[in-house]
Design a protein around this ligand. Structure first.
Ligand code: ADP
Length: 500
């Protein structure tokens, strides 16, 4: 039983499931088309055949009536007055001339008087359907095998009357094959038309499916090529139908993938480059420290320097880790409505000592009301740290750094403003890119150019935006806007769960 089922499944796969779309479509179209056309041909053919039959019968009956009418007085002469049947015979012969029509004349008691067909021997006719009808002055046809010619013929008969007196019966018959030939010719024409219709249907479906299947095949092939490393491959786009849109979407995806890989490659290159200089100087110090004759004060200095380089490496590694982690697992997972003011305040406080040392005045201006946005605490800390760190880094002694928090049109705005050196306008569009440093002379040593790109990424994961405004020599302002959220404290009891 199982085996049989498996056989059927294999057969089904081989016959249908594993076939290409084009074959499936064309087969389905051909099958349905065949069914529809066949039933139409069958219906039309049957009706036509019936119509032809009726027409021929009608024609024959009419002829029988005409002959019977024409024969009237002559037959009276012949039957009643015993004159020669020549005239009648001539007339009948004229009627049947050149056709397969047989015209026979019977008297009232159905004795054959004569027939245009020499094969018909003298006899008394049987009471067949058409004869019976004619004697009753009615019309009826009959199709049967003729005993004289052994072929199937169509018979009709009409009464011959003279002055309301029944003199006899005219019987006309033609070979059924003639009618059949006409019917067959119609059937042939119909079937040929049907076959043409099915063929046309298959052709159209073939053309249609090809226009779908071809781009799909190309798509598959291109996808494989891209998977094989040929990132520059794209598919041609024809038209704006679903297939065209798929091609457009595919190309866009490939483009973004390529750009992403390019960015990642660049990132790795930059990261290795950044790691290299602290590693080199660390190695150099360690080499010098191996010298036993090194005076203790130099030894101490190299040790301190090596320690600082190691610290720098650690910071760099931390930042790189932050950055890559953001790409893999966005902070949105831990985001929740959070009152920003306390967290921002804590971060600003942590910079107080550094600001004091640098002779920079660091101020925090939180809003009077609670400002809530959907962020993760860790992420918010990183954003503020990076912005304040930069502001302090690029602001000389005597300057001022102000951190503000205020609401603005459904947004929560965090602003970090400094009176530092500013950023030249030509650098502004790039400062959020990883490893980009606008001012090498100052920032080179203790930064990798990752801070702002990390901040931007975080801000965007929380649905916010970050903007910069800067004038060289006057200062820089970074403005971060988050969509404001309702904090769980403000929600009614029942909704706390959902809001959190
Ligand atoms: P870095 O670690 O070098 O500070 P960032 O990504 O944080 O890297 O910043 C990129 C560059 O933007 C910095 O190298 C610096 O040139 C410039 N920059 C950032 N913040 C400021 C600021 N407040 N004032 C002047 N320049 C800034």
């Amino acid at each position: 039983m199982r085996r049989r089922f498996k056989d059927i499944a294999t057969l089904w796969r081989a016959l249908w499931a594993d076939r290409g779309l084009a074959t499936k479509f064309v087969l389905a179209y051909a099958f349905v088309g065949f069914l529809v056309v066949a039933s139409l041909v069958w219906q039309a053919g049957s009706q036509l055949a019936r119509a032809i039959e009726e027409e021929v019968e009608h024609e024959l009956e009419l002829r029988a009536l005409i002959i019977a009418g024409t024969l009237g007085s002559d037959v009276e002469d012949m039957v009643v007055h015993g004159r020669s049947p020549r005239e009648v015979l001539n007339l009948m012969q004229q009627f049947s001339e050149g056709t397969d029509t047989r015209i026979s004349f019977y008297d009232r008691s159905l004795r054959l008087i004569f027939s245009t067909d020499p094969a018909v021997q003298p006899h008394t006719a049987e009471m067949t359907a058409e004869m019976k009808a004619a004697l009753a002055l009615q019309e009826q046809h009959d199709i049967r095998v003729d005993p004289w010619s052994q072929e199937t013929r169509l018979f009709v008969a009409a009464p011959v009357l003279h002055e309301e007196e029944l003199l006899g019966v005219v019987q006309i018959s033609i070979p059924w094959a003639i009618v059949q030939a006409r019917i067959n010719a119609q059937w042939t024409a119909l079937i040929v038309a049907g076959i043409l219709a099915v063929l046309g249907n298959v052709l159209v479906s073939f053309w249609l499916t090809r226009s779908i299947v071809r781009p799909l095949r190309l798509l598959t092939q291109t996808a494989r090529e891209i998977a094989g490393g040929r990132m520059d491959r794209r598919v041609p786009v024809h038209g704006r139908d679903e297939v065209g849109m798929l091609a457009v979407a595919f190309n866009e995806m490939a483009e973004q993938l390529q750009q992403r890989i390019e960015r990642e490659r660049l990132f790795i290159g930059n990261a290795s480059h950044e790691l290299r200089s602290p590693l080199t100087s660390l190695k150099l110090r360690l080499e010098m420290l191996q010298d036993p004759s090194l005076p203790p004060d130099r030894r101490q200095r190299y040790l301190e320097e090596a320690y600082r380089e190691a610290e720098r490496l650690q910071q760099l590694a931390d930042r790189l880790l932050d950055f890559t982690r953001l790409q893999v697992r966005p902070e949105t997972e831990t985001a929740k409505p959070l009152d920003l003011a306390p967290v921002v305040g804590e971060v600003v406080d942590s910079f107080a000592f550094r600001a004091a040392q640098a002779g920079v005045r660091l101020r925090y201006e939180p809003s009077a009301q609670a400002l809530t946005a959907r962020v993760s605490e860790e992420g918010l800390r990183t954003i503020v740290q990076n912005l304040v760190d930069n502001a302090l880094k690029y602001t000389p002694a005597g300057g001022e750094v102000t951190v503000r928090l205020f609401p603005d049109d459904g947004q929560v705005v965090l602003q970090v403003e400094d009176t530092g050196e500013g950023i030249p306008p030509e650098h502004l569009p790039y400062i959020f890119e990883p490893f980009y440093r606008a001012n090498h002379s100052r920032s080179g040593k203790h930064s990798a150019g990752l801070g702002l790109s990390i901040a931007k990424r975080l801000v965007e994961t929380f649905g916010g935006t970050i903007r910069v405004q800067s004038t060289v020599g006057q200062g820089t302002t970074f403005t971060v806007s988050f969509p404001s959220a309702v904090s769980s404290e403000e929600l009614p009891e029942g909704e706390k769960q959902a809001g959190a």
